[in-house]
Design a protein around this ligand. Structure first.
Ligand SMILES: [Zn+2]
Length: 83
């Protein structure tokens, strides 16, 4: 973002404009993914503090350790995640 701001690129007329717009949309998507992941991590910490980490938020059964290893922010067991 900083680099493109300094280059005087004009998205309307610069032949690179379409590429810059595309790259910006890619970056936007990455940022949104990261923000969603951060929310998952924060939610996991909240459950950890509440003593409910590792317990499925849907059925209340323990989430298998293997699933938590693969996806530490998982809030549901495998069968509830598939619903
Ligand atoms: Zn469940």
């Amino acid at each position: 973002m900083d680099a493109s701001r300094d280059s005087n690129a004009d998205d309307e007329h610069d032949p690179e404009g379409a590429t810059i717009a595309f790259e910006r949309s890619q970056v936007d998507a990455l940022v949104r993914q990261s923000e969603a992941h951060l929310r998952d991590i924060e939610a996991a910490f909240v459950r950890l503090a509440a003593g409910t980490y590792g317990v499925c938020t849907v059925c209340g059964r323990p989430i298998p350790a293997g699933r938590l290893e693969a996806r530490p922010t998982a809030s549901t067991c495998v069968s509830c995640a598939q619903v």
